[in-house]
Design a protein around this ligand. Structure first.
Ligand code: BEZ
Length: 231
């Protein structure tokens, strides 16, 4: 045989790893059926006409997650005032969620009062792109999805495992989203409830004068008005 001996070095390159597919703003929130700490959930049916917050945590019986679930439990009345249902998800089992819940009540001053979705086969995590393999190959990151009554995604947030989220910020976003939905209003940087809000550019000046009689025109594109009362 002529020529060089066959080489064992392969020139084929491995297919590049695909990034996780995370639903984007405006997408339909994926529906699913799953076990939870409180029994089976059919996600869209459970949401009904309400707003929803679906958030993932990396693992049960971990310190940051314990404080986060306690923080959400303490905000129950705040979420209810915004007609918003909350559910948490991790790759743990429903049994694990139930075993962990008394620790949250004991250490965080509130009983867990929302469903903890069990996702040991990562079906929900995959639908929502909650596993970021180069951050953690097996556990969910700290994702947040706010879902509107039309079941579309209104907000996405992703935090690393080491940073507990500020759930007051989620309430603030809900307030902003609900102002947009009800009144075509937007909220400026660092806005807090009770402060002036922005009339969106799609509202004509004639309509602004009619609907928001107390508004101020700073620039033709920057119009402020007092925050209307909750409908
Ligand atoms: C925690 O909840 O404390 C935690 C979970 C996973 C990785 C790092 C921190």
């Amino acid at each position: 045989m002529c020529g060089p001996p066959p080489t064992t070095t392969s020139t084929a390159t491995a297919a590049p790893e695909q990034p996780p597919i995370t639903p984007q703003l405006g997408d339909l929130a994926p529906d699913f059926i799953a076990e939870t700490s409180d029994g089976e959930i059919r996600f869209h049916e459970w949401l009904g006409e309400s707003w929803g917050v679906l958030f993932s945590h990396p693992a049960d019986f971990t310190p940051v997650c314990t404080t986060e679930l306690g923080a959400v439990a303490r905000l129950r009345d705040q979420f209810a005032a915004r007609d918003t249902k909350v559910a948490a998800v991790s790759v743990d089992t429903a049994e694990s969620h139930r075993a962990w819940s008394p620790d949250i009540a004991e250490t965080q001053g509130a009983e867990v009062n929302f469903p903890l979705i069990a996702d040991p086969d990562r079906r929900v995590a995959t639908l929502y792109g909650m596993i970021h393999p180069r951050h953690d190959n097996t556990a969910t990151v700290r994702s947040v999805f706010v879902i509107g009554p039309d079941k579309t995604i209104k907000l996405t947030l992703t935090y690393p495992a080491s940073t507990g989220r500020h759930f007051g910020e989620i309430l603030r976003v809900l307030d902003s989203l609900q102002l947009t939905a009800a009144h075509q209003l937007a909220t400026p940087a660092d806005w807090q409830p009770g402060q002036d809000v922005i009339i969106t550019p799609g509202v004509s000046q004639e309509e602004a004068a009619r609907r928001f009689p107390d508004h101020r025109v700073i620039k033709p594109y920057l119009r402020l008005t007092p925050q209307p009362a909750r409908p």
